[in-house]
Design a protein around this ligand. Sequence first.
Ligand code: ADP
Ligand code: ZN
Length: 725
Amino acid sequence: MIAEVIVDIATSETDRIFSYLCDDTVAEGSRVHAPFGGRVTAGFVVALKETCDYPLEKLKKVTAADPMPALNAECLSLAKKIAARYACPLAAALRLFLPAEMRKGKVRELKKRYAELCAPLEEVKEKLSKTAKNQLAAAEFLAAHGKTECAALNADFAGSVAALEKKGLIKITEEQVLRDPYKTLEERGAAHELTEDQRRAVESIQSDSRTVQLLHGVTGSGKTEIYLTLIADCLKQGKTAIFLVPEISLTPQMLAQLRSRFGKNAAIMHSGLSAGEKFDEWWRLRSGEAKIAVGARSAVFAPLENLGVIVIDEEHDSSYQSETAPRYSTFDIANLRAKRNGCKLVLGSATPSVETYKRAKEGEFNLVPLKKRVNQRPLPEIVIADMRKEVRRGNNTPFSFALQSEIEECLSKGNQAILFLNRRGYSQTVICRDCGYVAKCENCDVSLTYHKDEDCLKCHYCGARYRMLRGCPECGGTHLSYAGTGTQRVEAELKNRFPSARVLRMDNDTTSGKEGHFKILKEFGEHRADILVGTQMIAKGHDFPAVTLVGILDADMSLHFSDYRSGERTFQLVTQVAGRSGRAEEKGKVVLQTYDPENEVLRYAIAYDYEGFYENEISLRAASLFPPFSKIVRVLVSGEDEKKTIEALRGVYEGLNALKESEPEAFLFFNKMRSPVGRIQNKFRYQVLMRLAENRVLAQIYKICAAQKSRDVLVSVEENPGSLA
Ligand code: ADP
Ligand code: ZN
């Protein structure tokens, strides 16, 4: 047989496919040892053939590296589709399916050494001197307990293993052990009996014939229980499941729940694991030992066969869009896998993305609503604090008077509070602190972004520049503000104002390391702190029963983020954050601070009126032809050498321009410009921004861009990018 092998998958930027001879231990998808350029490297078999054009006697031979092919047929075919869809090398698509260690071809299996006695205890004792206390004790221990890990023996009886081994009294064996990243988790939470609403939702999902099911349930409506029921059902039928959550939702609570429900059947993949742990979890799935893959977006590539369900929790979350090439959409991949396996793809959210909801309303997806919280607990009341008035009353702290008194009350009752601060975005919008005026682009109706380096305002959609304001054009006031308050300042002010409160802070600065955010969440969950201050990290998925107060310190920051989705994001954030409050017996409260209390989006959010928000938003999008009525495509060209970067940009632009000339009706907008942040990490950045009326030209756009890529210049295509920085 002839094997078509991709070599050097870890670093190759182009596909290097070579033919080799192989025997029948090698299958499609096998990892092989391949002689290449004087050394032996790892390769992956992407196809098997009977013949090839090359003289057979000149072909070298490959041998399989593992008893089982690393990639199954589905993964291989999916990788080929991804390579075609995003015009990337097959090697890059294959990388998505393989843990880092496997890609480099050096897999370190963790082996442990075990000792057992070779002879009956009496015989062993006779051969030991009476003074060898540790060895005697170790021998007795082994006689009583049988085979024991060497490390444990040595820990209790120092030096005993080596001494006994030398005398030939114990036998040492090595065994592969799989690293268990969560062995310290306590188990929690048996299955709840489903409520009537939950049961109806499960039935609707299972009996509907459409692939995609949208579970639209308010926060606290018990969506997790529904997912777990669906997954348990698949296991019963001998099938497997993928359960995707936003990275941050892999809380200790969630993990403990999965462990107690599914034990070792669940393999957990997330970015905090070491490479070795990731490999082991991956291997447990590939070998069939584990049947459920749980993790952030990359778990959609789990090497499972016979899928029974794929769940995407918090489907609206922006982390489901990959930000490195190939920039795949997790939904698209999951949808392909669900179709191929003939299983359901269940999307869940309290605030579905506008695009998803539109497709559900139009009947493409089954819409499954859950309108009430479990046990009919009320949704927390949201009150608005008008920050313009606070400024007039001389309050310059980040906390309105209303919030201050709520915090006092919450603390005095021994409950917990969460204060949320949205620090998203790299540069800020200009807001008048007197009247709430926000600077907007004349052409695009999106808010402008202040660029400190050039002291001007820019529109990230059309590139227009405006002079920085010296006063408010509406009210003439001079209290222009463009600096959001940071979490650190909030923490300090809290300590000042509520000295006895125990405050925890959770943001990018405090959550580094493998278990950074786990530790903080665990501490808060065990009520070892009273107030948790954080960025959107704390908005998602957590279930803290003692939290009765949520403060949203700056609801405006995301509202005026210069993005067509800012309204949607704000609605989602307010709903999600508010949903953290009052989840147990006691009623929850939310204080929402804003400079724009009349804002429509906020009005819908405090009324928990998703439907109203959606109708309003979708008509705005339809009128302005923003997604889902069009697709925004950004081509980002970046490189350290400005001349080469501009050259590549010219190539991209000319290619795309020619395409536009030939297909004028496909383009609603087309422009090239310096990107909003002209330089990041010493790389110059230019972009071509397009709005497409039709997806038909997308494949050509990818092709044109792929052709301009080089060693020095990166050219990336982003569809509906989450940020235009
Ligand atoms: P959601 O994901 O919809 O916000 P969760 O799945 O976190 O909601 O559920 C909210 C709370 O309700 C959790 O504390 C969960 O343990 C509890 N819960 C869910 N289903 C039931 C049920 N059938 N009976 C009792 N409690 C339940
Ligand atoms: Zn503009």
